[in-house]
Design a protein around this ligand. Structure first.
Ligand SMILES: CC(C)(COP(=O)(O)OP(=O)(O)OC[C@H]1O[C@@H](n2cnc3c(N)ncnc32)[C@H](O)[C@@H]1OP(=O)(O)O)[C@@H](O)C(=O)NCCC(=O)NCCS
Length: 134
């Protein structure tokens, strides 16, 4: 039986993280592992879950630790869903910001998952600016 490891803020192998992103069709970075490394360097908090040596779940948070935080890239490998890994990641990340007033996120298809933690639809209109930058 493979051992499950939960590591906080220890960068995963960037190729493994890209592979995990690919399982859910997040192909934004294509094969550029250096972009993944840059993102992790500038991310405040992240959690990796390994089954043996394989990265099976990941999530990250950007925050000022006082007012607001933003959850991003919460992903569990399709072969390892409904085992509680996504919930473990969310709970760990929420515990990292005990003084924060609001945690934000965007989701296309997992709203029901986030509602279990108390997330609700925002009273304001979320907006974004897409930039075509290298
Ligand atoms: C959403 C996601 C992270 C959940 O991870 P997970 O490890 O399967 O979650 P858990 O095992 O902790 O789930 C606990 C419960 O949340 C609910 N849940 C899980 N995934 C859900 C989803 N996609 N939609 C609605 N509810 C969901 C279920 O009630 C589940 O209980 P169950 O296992 O008894 O059915 C995972 O499905 C995933 O990676 N999806 C693709 C990427 C994605 O959409 N990420 C969110 C982007 S913001």
């Amino acid at each position: 039986m493979k051992i499950v490891k939960i590591l906080e803020n220890i960068p995963p192998d960037s190729s493994q993280l890209l592979e995990l992103y690919r399982t859910v069709g997040w192909l934004t970075f294509e094969d550029d592992t250096s972009i993944v490394e840059e993102i992790l360097e500038n991310t405040d908090e992240f959690v990796c879950i390994y089954m043996g040596d394989t990265l099976v779940a990941f999530g990250r948070m950007l925050t000022d630790y006082r007012m607001s935080a933003f959850l991003d890239d919460i992903v569990v490998h399709p072969g390892f869903r409904h085992m509680g890994f996504g919930s473990i990641i969310i709970n760990i990340l929420i515990e990292k910001v005990p003084k924060v007033k609001k945690i934000k996120l965007t989701t296309f298809n997992a709203a029901e998952f986030y509602k279990k933690f108390g997330f609700s639809n925002p009273s304001c209109t979320p907006m974004e600016l897409i930039l075509d930058q290298k």
